[in-house]
Design a binder for this molecule. Structure first.
Ligand code: SFD
Ligand code: AMP
Length: 627
């Protein structure tokens, strides 16, 4: 076996990930840990300052309820999310996050985040729930606060360690194992409670981008389903694994559309069909009552555009020039003011991407696009697993004790595996939390985990023989490469192993062609999914034949394996739910309609690590009274 030093870390609370939810958890938990003499340890595969989905920054905060200004109520937000997810959301969780999110945003502002203010000093809204920010350094700012809180409470931060598996003691999570991506070190974390905050998943499906652009995607390629894999391997119940998110984005560089639709009030059209969300409005009746909601649910906004593309009326365009002109025209009687407004709008248009998706600004420049002069193509991206946005996938977690929810078992955001909590993209069925809501949910989970440790915490009983087995399994790709690499003239072509990139292409091809990816226009069926399961079973067999030349490739191997488990949970749940509820995300051609009588429920699943069996189950939707 590769000669790796084993580093053992003992702590009270272990936070996995260094992203937005983890920063919330670290900031909150450190406060309570300091008060109670407990230790908090945070582990990130990258460097916290620039890790996770907000690494490049953001140009908006997409969840702010504005309760203090009486603009909106918590029930308003619960209703918005219920409709956008076609009736399927854990309203107790959405309510719980909505009542805390504004305080996280106020903290960000106190820590120095520039939130746009209007002449009266009020926040500038991109939309009803979204605020405009100068957010290029948003992550650095929020990470700094988390780092300070951990240091102040005597905790520790370990960066560049890739977490793979949970350590279980029966149904209790007592730690985690992983390896350094910089040194030959294998890490064993032992803890009284663990919070998985390692984001969602990209590259489970084949991306639209190819060749040297292969790594280009909207959601970050370095979020590889580590949270989902960790909670699945712990035997925790998962939910909404079928609800992938497909964002419509500026084509090829994945620039977001929110600011264009909401702030610039831009129209989206198809070249031959016109404004598809207007022209195809009748289609929305087929998806009542949710199809009749305003705003139109995100998946249906996609679907109406897809119908035009299927009809050969594409490409689709965002009418940026028309939108900017329309706003500036309000100043046309005053040429000086008009010129100033045009300049302002132009810089806002560029800042939107420079703050968040730089490649879109680069593509505009390289294609000589001036958004105030020329419209830009938009397109539906490949599917992502991001429960914090308009998707819903994640683990099934306990709700707040003070609500009459049927789904609470003592500690908020604890999974069905004891002492294992999750948040952000790791927790499911609580969509539309975005960066701010993920931070707030992290705070909820952080405080609840400390409460758990104070009330039920025990010294972790870790079976070191099992840990040795995990070490051997996790380092095996290095051994496999070393023992066979010299048998062929090209180390990447070998009958004894498969390289990470080769494995990734196989996974993505299966998902793209059988599970409703870009190539199959997001359509699938029972037969296609069953065939996909057959091929996934062979892929699973070959997964322990992945080889790694170095630490970087070792990380790539385990990212692949984590993605593969996310893929299986996804396909199993799409097979289980015998209807089409989210056209625009996926369409089951054999069950093309929505079936409110039989399927207005959660489709949950659970992998039993001891038997290796999967269990599928339905759970009722509980509605917040008054929402
Ligand atoms: O509009 C391991 N998001 C937006 N949210 C907003 O509020 N406003 C916006 O404008 C947003 N836009 C946006 C957004 C995301 C992206 C990618 C783009 C644009 C281009 C969504 C938010 O970013 C998102 O909701 C939150 O960041 C989710 O938080 P969280 O904590 O669930 O995930 P994370 O921040 O990605 O952090 C994950 C962390 O885990 C680490 N990690 N560590 C150890 N071992 C492993 N195996 C690990 N695997 C991952 C990562 O390094 C990271 O630290 S808009 O377009 O939607
Ligand atoms: P996006 O840029 O697609 O990530 O969206 C950013 C935010 O704007 C999210 O809160 C979306 O739900 C919202 N959004 C995007 N497009 C629209 C639209 N056409 N109508 C209403 N809300 C939208």
């Amino acid at each position: 076996m590769a000669n790796f030093e084993t580093v053992e870390v003992n702590t009270d609370l272990l936070i996995l990930g260094g992203g937005f939810s983890a920063c919330g958890a670290a900031t909150e938990a450190s406060y309570w840990a300091k008060k109670n003499g407990l230790k908090v340890t945070l582990v990130d595969k990258a460097a916290m300052d620039r890790s996770g989905a907000v690494a490049m920054g953001l140009s908006a905060i997409n969840q702010y309820v504005g309760v203090k200004d009486g603009e909106n109520t918590l029930e308003d937000y619960v209703r918005y999310v219920r409709q956008d997810l076609m009736g399927i959301s854990r309203e107790d969780l959405v309510y719980n996050i909505a009542r805390h999110v504004d305080s996280s945003v106020h903290l960000f502002e106190k820590w120095g985040l520039k939130i746009w203010l209007d002449e009266e000093g009020k926040y500038v809204h991109e939309g009803r729930w979204q605020l405009m920010i100068n957010g290029e350094s948003y992550k650095i700012l929020v990470a700094e606060a988390a780092k300070n809180a951990i240091a102040d409470a005597g905790g520790e931060i370990i960066e560049r360690v890739f977490i793979v598996d949970p350590i279980m003691d029966g149904n209790k999570c007592v730690g985690a194992v992983g390896f350094s991506t910089r040194e030959d070190k294998f890490y064993v974390f032992k803890a009284k409670a663990v919070i998985a905050g390692m984001g969602g998943a990209v590259h489970v499906f084949r991306p639209r981008s190819v060749g040297e652009g292969f790594g280009r995607s909207w959601y970050p390629p370095f979020n590889s389903a580590s949270s989902a894999y960790f909670t699945i391997q712990a035997g925790a119940e998962m939910t909404c694994q079928e609800i992938r998110f497909i964002p419509v984005r500026f084509k090829d560089a994945y620039g977001p559309v929110g600011a264009w639709f909401l702030l610039f009030k831009s129209r989206a059209i198809s070249a031959q069909g016109g404004e598809y969300m207007v022209v195809r409005e009748d289609e929305l009746n087929n998806w009542a009552p949710y199809g009749l909601a305003k705003p139109i649910p995100a998946n249906l906004r996609n679907y109406l555009g897809m119908l035009d593309v299927d009809a050969g009326l594409g490409p689709l365009y965002m009418e940026t020039d028309e939108a900017i002109q329309k706003i500036a025209d309000e100043f046309k009687d005053d040429p000086k003011a008009f010129k100033k407004k045009m300049k302002e709008l132009d810089s806002e248009a560029w800042e939107d991407f420079l703050d968040m998706t730089i490649s879109q600004a680069i593509l505009w420049a390289s294609l000589n696009v001036k958004p105030d002069e020329k419209h830009s193509e938009i397109a539906a991206c490949e599917p992502y697993f991001i429960g914090s946005h308009s998707g819903g996938s994640g683990a099934w977690v306990s709700g707040p004790e003070d609500l009459d929810t049927p789904y609470k078992w003592g500690y908020e955001n604890m999974t069905t595996a004891d002492a294992l909590f999750t948040m952000g993209d790791g927790s499911g069925a609580s969509s539309h939390k975005f960066s701010s809501g993920s931070h707030a949910e992290g705070r909820i989970a952080g405080k609840a985990a400390i409460k758990y440790i104070l009330e039920k915490g025990q010294d972790p009983s870790v079976d070191m023989a099992k840990v040795e087995e995990l070490k051997a399994k996790i380092l095996n790709p290095l051994d496999l490469f070393e023992s066979h690499k010299d048998e062929t003239t090209d180390v990447e072509t070998n009958t004894n192993y498969i390289m990470p990139r080769q494995f990734l292409h196989r996974l993505q091809k299966i998902m793209d062609e059988y599970a409703g990816g870009v190539t199959s226009a997001f359509k699938t069926s029972k037969s296609l999914l069953e065939r996909g399961m057959e091929l996934l079973a062979i892929l699973q067999e070959d997964s322990d034949k992945q080889a790694a030349q170095d630490l970087h490739e070792l990380m790539r191997v385990w990212e692949n394996t984590q993605r593969m488990w996310q893929a299986e949970a996804h396909v199993r749940t799409m097979l289980f739910r015998e209807e089409t509820r989210w056209p625009g995300y996926y369409f089951r051609a054999d069950t093309p309609k929505m079936d409110e009588d039989n399927w207005k429920c959660f489709a949950n699943c659970r992998f039993d690590p001891s038997s290796g069996e999967w269990e599928m189950m339905k759970k009722d939707v509980w509605a917040v009274p008054g929402a």
